[in-house]
Design a protein around this ligand. Structure first.
Ligand code: HEC
Length: 195
């Protein structure tokens, strides 16, 4: 009887550390995913609000300028307030600063493939713990951005000539055109160092 109890205790103490750390890791990334999703929601709604009011008050030509001026600020602000590195990226960028790094590029290709296989863009996300060149680890998260009808006036195929020339002057290397509704426009990309 006593022997059995001791064996049981030993078993628990041997299996617990491994089990609990695995659980902790799982919980930890689950928390990171939840947090990343929340930040994306806030970031997306700020951008959307800004875009909507610029379009309504100024029309698409001046809204281009306002997006040019405000999108980078909104991005910096959300990075600072959240403590995460937050950005937008795409396989076809307008602002060269948004060009994807290697990891983002491969995730965007995965997203593109999932979309062609029939998964709707607004359902696509991915996260991973990545080890950087210096050996430090970071948690990385991406969420796909769908193309909506309102986006087409600046990212579609029939862009009004005044809007197009405004885009040309601000972004001579613009590749973010020719999208259709429900296409993968790009993705939100978030990262955070983990200890
Ligand atoms: C009024 C014109 C306009 C409309 C409408 C518009 N965009 Fe943009 N978009 C821009 C400009 C200008 C930039 C570059 C901003 C910068 O310089 O950081 C941009 C950049 C982006 C980027 C960052 C990646 C890149 O290409 O540099 C994404 C993603 C994006 N837009 C998605 C959308 C989506 C989704 C919609 C519709 C909900 C939309 N845009 C509607 C003008 C517009």
């Amino acid at each position: 009887m006593r022997k059995k109890k001791l064996a049981a205790i030993l078993l628990i103490s041997f299996t617990l550390p491994g089990a609990s750390s695995a659980l902790f890791a799982a919980n930890n990334s689950q928390n990171n995913i939840q947090e990343a999703r929340k930040i994306v929601k806030q970031y997306a709604s700020t951008l959307k609000h800004e875009l909507k009011s610029a379009l309504k008050e100024k029309g698409p030509v001046l809204a281009v300028e306002s997006c040019h001026l405000k999108a980078p600020d909104i991005t910096d602000n959300i990075s600072q307030s959240s403590g995460w590195q937050v950005r937008r990226t795409s396989l076809k960028v307008r602002n060269l600063e948004d060009a994807p790094d290697k990891w983002e590029n491969s995730v965007l290709r995965k997203f593109e493939k999932m979309n062609t296989e029939g998964i709707p863009v607004n359902k696509i996300e991915f996260s991973e713990v990545v080890t950087k060149k210096d050996g430090n680890k970071e948690f990385r998260y991406m969420k796909a951005i769908p193309t909506k009808k309102v986006c087409l006036q600046c990212h579609g195929s029939n862009i009004k000539s005044k809007v197009a020339s405004q885009l040309d002057s601000l972004y001579p290397f613009d590749r973010a055109v020719g999208f259709k509704v429900n296409d993968l426009r790009g993705a939100f990309s978030l990262s955070k160092p983990i200890k």
